[in-house]
Write a protein that binds this ligand. Structure first.
Ligand SMILES: N[C@@H](CCC(=O)N[C@@H](CS)C(=O)NCC(=O)O)C(=O)O
Length: 310
């Protein structure tokens, strides 16, 4: 059974998972997807979920890095990543939402966007703008101005710098919080206009180097066709979750799962498991056969779908 990451190099949430794969010492297959829709070889696996990255372990598909991390920890049998518990999870959530907004505001500011887009043709830049407008449509993510974002970043980095006493945020070993914080700062560091914002923070930069040293694990380049064939060959495995069903839904019911912040495309299937942390729907499509698609419970709406859901 293969571990396959569907991602693209510049994606910061993908970097969170690439470094996590390195830390867990996993061998994985890399499928590079386009940075904008359409993604015809990924949709049969994700059921329509359109954000990046998506992780596939055989016929189990994980959407959103919060549940990708859960899937990988389960696969690697290494629970230490979640050991610090509540506080680490809340820092991770803050980084993946608030700090992410701050980094997007800074890297997409007029003076910073040029270097990021310098490889693209004008038509590609226009297509990118349209795609990201569609991503935001109907969602709840608030944007902030680059000036407000710069003030937030400076405040966060000053606090971080003062509190970084141990090798990682919560002690000797990295926790999920380290990976969520890291990918946001990695995104800024990769933009020549914003990288100097990190320069005054020596302890933070040393911590970033410790994170980068995990590398990306053992990577084999693969493609979308191979990923579809792998899903078709494998049978999905249902993990044991402590049941906490959404009101009005029973196991086996047709359900749809939709992100609430952006990229609000519903994925439909039969509800096969739901805990306080994770929800899983089973779907079938000709290209992949029967697959189970996993989502985090927080940040997603789970609702009844009509009987036509597959
Ligand atoms: N909460 C999601 C956020 C993922 C996210 O925003 N990814 C960005 C790329 S770094 C994205 O989907 N951009 C639009 C796209 O790639 O279609 C997660 O943790 O996976």
């Amino acid at each position: 059974m293969h571990v396959t990451l569907h991602h693209y190099p510049a994606s910061l949430f993908s970097e969170k998972i690439r470094v996590l794969l390195g830390h867990l010492g996993l061998a994985w297959r890399s499928v590079e997807i386009p940075s904008i829709m359409p993604r015809p070889l990924l949709m049969p696996l994700s059921g329509g979920y359109r954000r990046t990255p998506v992780l596939q372990i055989g016929a189990n598909v994980y959407c959103d890095t919060a549940v990708i991390a859960r899937g990988l920890v389960r696969h690697a049998r290494n629970e230490s990543l979640f050991a610090p518990g509540f506080a680490a999870h809340r820092v991770a959530e803050w980084a993946d939402s608030q700090l992410f907004r701050v980094t997007v505001a800074l890297n997409f500011a007029p003076e910073a966007i040029g270097p990021m887009m310098s490889q693209l043709e004008p038509a590609e830049i226009e297509a990118f703008g349209k795609d990201r407008a569609a991503l935001a449509a109907g969602g709840s993510m608030q944007t902030i101005s680059p000036t407000a974002a710069a003030a937030c970043l400076d405040h966060y980095l000053t606090e971080l710098e003062r509190s970084l006493g141990e090798p990682f945020l919560f002690g000797e070993k990295p926790s999920i919080a380290d990976f969520s914080l890291y990918h946001c700062l990695w995104f800024l560091e990769n933009n020549p206009v914003n990288a100097p914002r990190l320069a005054p923070f020596a302890a933070t930069r040393a911590w970033m180097e410790r994170m980068a040293a995990f590398g990306h694990g053992s990577v084999e380049v693969s493609d979308g066709e191979a990923a579809l064939a792998d899903a078709k060959r494998e049978k999905p495995a249902l993990p044991k979750l402590e049941a906490q069903l959404p009101p009005g839904l029973s196991l086996g019911d047709p359900a749809k799962v939709t992100p609430i912040d952006y990229g609000c495309v519903p994925v439909s299937g039969a509800l096969v498991a739901c805990s306080a942390d994770e929800v899983i729907v089973e779907r079938e499509a000709p290209e992949v056969g029967r697959v189970m698609t996993h989502f985090p419970r927080a940040g997603f709406e789970v609702a009844a779908a009509d009987g036509s859901a597959r």
